[in-house]
Design a protein around this ligand. Structure first.
Ligand code: URA
Length: 235
């Protein structure tokens, strides 16, 4: 199907539509070897579209980024309450990326954003049991029996959680830090699991998804996943 050139250029991730329109007006865009005019269309399946003599990629280029989400950002694509969006942090990327799953407004840490539907499904479908590790700070002390309950499974919203891994980090005064690894992704699962054993979460940070670590990526920054990393996640 024929589409306007500025749309095809934007979909290829090369520029915004506005920018692409300027390029067309400047005579930098050609279709099948002929300089194009604003308003021209092309069929990405049949025609060769070039910018400055370089052929654009057919369709949108697939990409995935790993973001260190700060607290106080919402991981949906819009918010009726006007809160800050995670996509505000990746505005310099022309592709339209969407979050893989969710992190709560006040949860921080590792969040993937992608335009790769296959990868997103692979990571979020319950059938695949992808492991996610959270660093949890709770008010109170996580006793050994409590940790045992968490790891065997607790009942939240009338549902028993699957076995999880709990690793105590440290107890200091009235609070306690531990790592919790779960293979599910129910809404507010970690907070609810902790509440079910009488502990309230005061800080929550996702530090790992499968083999991907947050590493020392600064808060609010992102990095691109490499092709081998994407392939490994899809396996
Ligand atoms: N569990 C939660 O409770 N919140 C998150 O953001 C992620 C997992």
């Amino acid at each position: 199907m024929a589409e306007r050139l500025q749309k095809l250029i934007a979909q290829a991730g090369m520029a915004s539509r506005r920018q692409a329109e300027t390029w067309i007006e400047q005579g930098r865009v050609a279709v099948n070897g002929r300089v194009a005019s604003l308003g021209d269309k092309a069929d990405p399946g049949r025609d060769v579209v070039e910018v400055d003599g370089k052929q654009i990629l057919r369709g949108e280029k697939k990409m995935t980024i790993l973001l260190n989400k700060p607290r106080g950002y919402i991981s949906t694509l819009s918010d009726p309450q006007g809160r800050r969006l995670v996509t505000d942090l990746v505005k310099d990327i022309p592709e339209r990326l969407y979050p893989v799953g969710r992190l709560d407004f006040n949860t921080e840490g590792l969040l993937l954003l992608t335009n790769d539907g296959e990868l997103s499904l692979r990571l979020t479908h319950p059938r695949h049991h992808v492991s996610k590790t959270y660093l949890v700070k709770v008010r109170g002390v996580l006793s050994a029996p409590m940790a045992g309950n968490l790891s065997r499974g607790v009942v939240i919203d009338g549902y028993k959680t699957a076995p999880a891994k709990v690793e105590h980090i440290r107890t200091s005064g009235t609070s306690c830090w531990f790592e919790l690894t779960i293979k599910e992704g129910k809404n507010r699962q970690v907070r609810k699991m902790c509440e079910s054993i009488g502990l309230s979460v005061v800080r929550l940070k996702r530090i790992r998804i499968d083999f991907l670590d947050l590493g020392d990526l600064p808060v609010g920054k992102y990095r691109f996943l490499s092709e081998p990393e994407v392939q490994r996640l899809k396996q």
